[in-house]
Design a protein around this ligand. Structure first.
Ligand code: KIV
Ligand code: ZN
Length: 514
C-alpha cells in the first residue's frame, strides 16, 4: 500500500486567513500538537514576511523533533536566505519556494518590462527564476519543494516544462496548487495523471497537491489528486486559510482511511488526535468549528431523527461510517429533539437509570414533545424535571406565599418574600443587582442551603403583552445539579417559582440519597 505524506500548512496558509495573527508561543503549541498528530511536514511560516514569522519558524525548528519543518519563500534569493537562516537549527528542514505559473499570474504580477515585453518573454523569465530559486535553496537543504502557483489555471505544456526544469535543478517535491480553487475533481485528477505521463523526470520527485476551497471542492480535488498518483497532500486543520480556506486535513485523511478499499493508500496520522487538534486550532485562531463540520463538528456523530436514532441504537453501522473514538470524540451522541421518537427517549431514560412503564413513558413523551417544540435540544436535566413532574412529583417543601419587589431608575432593587416551610412561615428581604437577583437572595436567606444559579433562561410561551413567561433555571447544589421551572404572566414571579422549584428538587434528591 502506498504511503501518503501529510503536509500541514495551518501555521502558514492557515494563518493567512483574514483577521488572525498568532504569536510564537501559540504557534509552538499548535506545532507540538501537530507533531502528536504525526503529520510528516509542518510548514511553520514565511520568514521574510515579518520578524514574528521568522522567529516562529526558528523557534519551532529548534524545539520540535519528528516532523520535517518547512519554510515558505518566493522565488527570490533573499527570501530563500531568510528560510535558510530560520531553519539553520533543525535536523530535518525543507524550503518551499515557487512562483505564479498561470498566464493570469505572470501577466498580472510581472508587468514590468524588465521581465520581458511579451507574455512569451515573461514566461521564459519566470522559468529561469524558478530554476535559480531551486538551485539557491539547495545550498541550504537537500529537501526543496517547488510550488507552481495557480497550476490549476496554467497552460499545461508550460506547467510540464517548468516541472521538468525544477526537478532537473534539484527540486525533490513539486507542489501543484489549485491556488484559486478553480478546478473540479475530474480535471484536477487528470492534471496529476498527465504530469506523471508527460514530465519525463517525474520519477525523481514527489508530486504534492495543494487545493483551495473557493468552490467547496478542496477536499474532493485533493482526493482526486491522490487517486491519480499524488504522493503528498497539503492542507490545514479545520480547513482554515485564505478566503474559503484550504483542504481540511482531517477530512482528507479520514476519507483515505475510511475508503482504504477505494484509494489503496495509508498515512502515518494518529487520527485519534484530530478532535483535540481541531479544538486547539479553533481556540487559538478564534475560529469556531461549525457544528455540522465533517469529522470534528459537534454534530459529526450526533443522531437526532427518530428513524436514525432507532437504526443507530439497533446497529451503530446503520448510520455511522467511522467510530467517534477513531477521531478522538468521546462517544456518539443521540441529540434529543421533538423528532427523536419514543425509542430514543426510552433509551436515554434507561441510560439515566429510569425504567418506566408504558403509561409513564407516554406521559413523559407528551411533555418531552411540548418542550422539544420550544427548545432546540432537550437535555438530561430537562428529562429529570419532566420525570419529577409527571412520574415522581417532588414534594413541595418550600412554597411561596407572598412576594414583593421594588425596582426602577435610581432605586435600589429590593425584594421581600414569605415562604411556607412545613407548618411555619418565614419572611426575608434583600437587595440585589436587579429584581430577580434581589428575590433570589431573599429566597436564599429563607432556605439556607447551597443553591447556585448557573443558568437562567426566559421564554414567552404565549404571545402578546399578556404572554406567559416560562423561566428555566439550572441550579447547582453541593453535589448535584437540577433544573427548576416556573411560569406566570409576571416574569419576576415566574423567576421566583423556578428557583423554589429547583430548591425543592435539591432538597428531595438530598433526602433520597441519605
Ligand atoms: O495556494 C498556493 O498556491 C500557495 C502556495 C504559496 C503554495 O499557498
Ligand atoms: Zn495556498
Amino acid at each position: 500500500m502506498g504511503r501518503i505524506i501529510i503536509f500541514d500548512t495551518t501555521l502558514r496558509d492557515g494563518e493567512q486567513a483574514a483577521g488572525t495573527r498568532l504569536g510564537t508561543r501559540e504557534k509552538l503549541e499548535i506545532a507540538r500538537q501537530l507533531a502528536r498528530l504525526k503529520v510528516d511536514v509542518i510548514e511553520a511560516g514565511f520568514p521574510i514576511s515579518s520578524p514574528e514569522d521568522f522567529e516562529a519558524v526558528q523557534v519551532i525548528s529548534k524545539e520540535l523533533e519528528g516532523p520535517i519543518i518547512c519554510a515558505l519563500s518566493r522565488a527570490i534569493a533573499r527570501d530563500i536566505d531568510e528560510c535558510g537562516r530560520a531553519l539553520a537549527k533543525t535536523k530535518k528542514s525543507r524550503i518551499h519556494t515557487g512562483i505564479g505559473v498561470s498566464d493570469i499570474h505572470i501577466a498580472g504580477k510581472f508587468r514590468d518590462e524588465k521581465y520581458g515585453k511579451t507574455i512569451g518573454e515573461k514566461k521564459t523569465h519566470v522559468l529561469q527564476m524558478s530554476i535559480e530559486a531551486v538551485k539557491h535553496a539547495r545550498n541550504y537543504t537537500d529537501d526543496v519543494e517547488f510550488y507552481a502557483e495557480d497550476a490549476g489555471r496554467a497552460n499545461r505544456s508550460y506547467l510540464f516544462e517548468i516541472i521538468q526544469a525544477v526537478i532537473k535543478a534539484g527540486a525533490t517535491v513539486v507542489n501543484i496548487p489549485d491556488t484559486t480553487g478553480y478546478t473540479v475533481p475530474e480535471q484536477f485528477g487528470a492534471l496529476i495523471r498527465d504530469i506523471h505521463t508527460r514530465v519525463p523526470n517525474i520519477d525523481q520527485a514527489i508530486i504534492s497537491v495543494h487545493c483551495h476551497n473557493d468552490l467547496g471542492m478542496a477536499v474532493a480535488n485533493t482526493l482526486a489528486g491522490v487517486k491519480n498518483g499524488a504522493q503528498q497532500v497539503e492542507g490545514t486543520i479545520n480547513g482554515i486559510g485564505e478566503r474559503a480556506g484550504n483542504a481540511a486535513i482531517e477530512e482528507v485523511v479520514m476519507a483515505l482511511h475510511t475508503r482504504r478499499d477505494y484509494f489503496g493508500v495509508e498515512t502515518a496520522i494518529k487520527t485519534s488526535e484530530f478532535y483535540r487538534t481541531s479544538r486547539l486550532v479553533a481556540n487559538m485562531f478564534g475560529m469556531r468549528v461549525p457544528p455540522n463540520k465533517a469529522i470534528v463538528g459537534k454534530n459529526a456523530f450526533a443522531h437526532s431523527a427518530g428513524i436514525h436514532v432507532d437504526g443507530f441504537l439497533k446497529k451503530r453501522e446503520t448510520y455511522e461510517i467511522m467510530q467517534p473514538k477513531d477521531v478522538g470524540f468521546p462517544e456518539s451522541r443521540v441529540v434529543l429533539t421533538a423528532r427523536t421518537g419514543r425509542h430514543g427517549l426510552r433509551d436515554r431514560l434507561e441510560k439515566m437509570g429510569y425504567t418506566l412503564s408504558s403509561e409513564e413513558l407516554e406521559k413523559v413523551y407528551q411533555r418531552f414533545l411540548s418542550i422539544g417544540d420550544k427548545k432546540q435540544e432537550v437535555f438530561d436535566e430537562d428529562l429529570m424535571a419532566i420525570i419529577q413532574d409527571e412520574v415522581r412529583p417532588v414534594p413541595e417543601m418550600y412554597h411561596i406565599e407572598y412576594l414583593h419587589t421594588s425596582s426602577g431608575t435610581g432605586t435600589i432593587p429590593t425584594a421581600t418574600v414569605r415562604i411556607r416551610v412545613g407548618s411555619e412561615s418565614r419572611q426575608m428581604a434583600a437587595c440585589g443587582d436587579g429584581p430577580v437577583d434581589a428575590i433570589y437572595k431573599a429566597i436564599k436567606l429563607v432556605v439556607d442551603i447551597p443553591a447556585k444559579v448557573t443558568q437562567y433562561e426566559i421564554q414567552a410561551v404565549t404571545s402578546g403583552a399578556e404572554a406567559i413567561g416560562e423561566v428555566t433555571v439550572r441550579v447547582e447544589g453541593k453535589d448535584t445539579v437540577v433544573i427548576g421551572r416556573g411560569a406566570s404572566t409576571d416574569i419576576i414571579e415566574a423567576s421566583a417559582k423556578a428557583y423554589i422549584n429547583a430548591i425543592n428538587r435539591l432538597v428531595y434528591q438530598k433526602g433520597k440519597s441519605k
